[in-house]
Design a protein around this ligand. Structure first.
Ligand code: ADP
Length: 381
């Protein structure tokens, strides 16, 4: 069946058309028929029109059976959901926790539903994979009423990506994912590390929102909450402005004073820019600490995987993170690590092998959407 995947970003709409089925997903033979991106989106309806114009010839007269929508915050939904009125309302309510993301996904859904009223629309959440975190990993150590009444807890994000690289790595190893302990590092504009213990996420570095954890392009990652309360109480800083500062003006952009783009920062560091070097060191150091933590959480690991823009493309960052982990059984091989490639590959055959595995979020969204459609028709038939 033909599945359209939609991924609405803050100003862009990525789209992809897949041909898939339960058999094709199992055999890994599903096909990407076409993909593209509309940038500087003003209205979702307009963006979708462009996408459909691009994809229509690829449909060859067939209908779109399902539309898979990437949704960043799915609260406690444990998996992909067919979007009905209740799911739509839940995504809307979760917008308070993901104000940059969920409203865009909803807008894309509403526009796509207008355009494809007969297709099954499915929400695939970035949070769902982390619903297996045990309570001791997802609960903050604060009075439980904040968790029970206010839903303040760690949710985790990038779940589609972490799940996709864990599954791809297991397939390449010809091992069931249930036999592997994997530490997955998704390093893009947003960055997170995940401990995938025998197929289940048991811990991840992002928390209540995608701000916690690693140093990112423009996000601070971990910091002491009382420092912010100090700024609000004693320095009369505005809470909303602080939130913007933490999400948009911090991280690598703030430390380097240059840019949130890792390529710019690495080339400045190479040319002797001290702030850029300091930023790279801070980035690698924070990632390294989480790798150590997740080795402790799983009592070891069977693989360390890098993915996303930085993880897939930057040999320097992979080497920087792995430096000084040899006593833990992790090191990269400079010759393998420096090879330029776009396919999954081993970059360090240390005791714990180090791999680059390109993320396949769109493929996973297509498969989850197809699986929901199959389950729904089995249920109604
Ligand atoms: P998003 O999280 O928006 O999907 P990506 O996964 O595309 O982002 O990652 C974007 C990041 O990847 C940027 O910081 C960019 O600088 C970085 N990047 C892409 N190619 C390289 C490269 N060759 N070397 C270093 N960083 C790179």
């Amino acid at each position: 069946m033909k599945i359209l995947v939609l991924n609405a970003g803050s100003s862009s709409l990525k789209y992809a058309l897949y041909e898939t089925s339960p058999e094709a997903a199992k055999a890994d033979t599903d096909k990407l028929l076409g993909e593209g991106m509309v940038e500087r989106v003003t209205t979702m309806t307009g963006a979708l029109k462009t996408a459909f114009k691009d994809l229509r010839p690829l449909l060859q007269g067939e209908i779109i059976a399902g539309v898979g929508h990437r949704v960043v915050h799915g609260g406690t939904f444990p998996g992909a959901m067919v979007i009905d009125a209740a799911v739509e309302r839940a995504i809307d309510e979760l917008s308070a926790l993901a104000p940059l993301h969920n409203p865009r996904s909803l807008a894309a859904y509403r526009a796509a539903r207008e355009h494809e009223p007969n297709a099954t629309h499915v929400a695939v959440f970035d949070t769902a994979f982390h619903q297996t975190l045990p309570r001791h990993a997802y609960a903050y150590a604060i009075p439980p009423r904040y968790l029970d009444d206010k839903k303040v807890r760690r949710y985790g994000f990038h779940g589609i990506s972490h799940r996709s690289v864990a599954l791809r790595f297991a397939r390449l190893q010809r091992k069931p994912v249930e036999a592997l302990r994997i530490i997955s590092c998704h390093l893009g504009n947003g960055c997170s590390v995940c401990a995938v213990d025998r197929g289940h996420s048991i811990d991840t570095s992002m928390g209540f929102t995608p701000l916690e954890g690693l140093v990112m392009g423009a996000r601070s990652g971990d910091m002491d909450a009382s420092a912010l309360l100090y700024l609000i109480t004693h320095e009369h800083e505005d809470p909303a402005a602080l939130l913007t500062m933490l999400n948009n003006e911090s991280g690598m952009k703030a430390i380097s004073g240059l840019s949130n783009d890792m390529r710019d920062i690495l080339s400045a560091a190479d040319s002797g820019n001290a702030r850029a070097r300091f930023a790279v060191d801070a980035f690698c150091y924070r990632a390294k600490k989480f790798i150590g933590a997740y080795m402790a959480a799983m009592n070891g690991a069977d693989a360390l995987i890098f993915t996303a823009g930085i993880g897939e493309n930057s040999a320097a960052i992979r080497a920087g993170i792995a430096t000084g982990l040899d006593q833990l059984g992790i090191s990269v091989d400079p010759a393998l690590n420096d090879l330029k490639s776009t396919v999954a590959r081993c970059v360090g055959s240390s005791q714990i092998p180090v791999w680059v595995v390109p993320t396949e979020e769109q493929l996973l969204i297509a498969r989850d959407t197809m699986t929901c459609i199959v389950a729904q028709s089995a249920h109604s038939g």
